[in-house]
Design a protein around this ligand. Structure first.
Ligand SMILES: [Ca+2]
Length: 121
């Protein structure tokens, strides 16, 4: 919301002059993000390194890591990784991993889901 207001202010100012300013407000292109580790369908155990690749012409602010809809945390420097402790999860259950990348203009993009099966160490 704050972002929207910040974005609109110069547009409103320029509207009087009939200047199209949508292209002058910076980056509106979503970043790209993909989980590179672990691979989809893999069986994992113990501490699991989740790694994502993210890129954006305007730069990446942070990549957040999500398991079953719950955010684990984020990383703001590449390589974007998170050490996921899978030990509290039930033996044999599957879980969906997701990475969300935010660029420096606040555009948010999500990776494809990666589904892994957790087994106890
Ligand atoms: Ca962008």
């Amino acid at each position: 919301m704050r972002r929207a207001l910040r974005w609109m202010a110069p547009c409103l100012a320029l509207a009087a002059a009939l200047v199209a300013c949508s292209d002058d407000n910076g980056d509106q292109t979503l970043p790209t993000v993909v989980i590179t580790e672990p691979l989809d369908g893999l069986t994992v155990s113990g501490q699991v390194l989740i790694e994502a690749e993210a890129s954006d012409a305007g730069g990446i602010l942070r990549v957040s890591f999500v398991v079953d809809g719950d955010e684990l945390g984020d990383d703001d420097t590449p390589p974007y990784t998170w050490d996921w402790d899978s030990r509290p999860y039930a033996d044999g259950d599957t879980h969906s991993l997701l990475a969300a990348a935010e660029d420096r203009a606040g555009n948010l993009a999500y990776s494809e889901y990666v589904v892994v099966r957790v087994v106890l160490p």
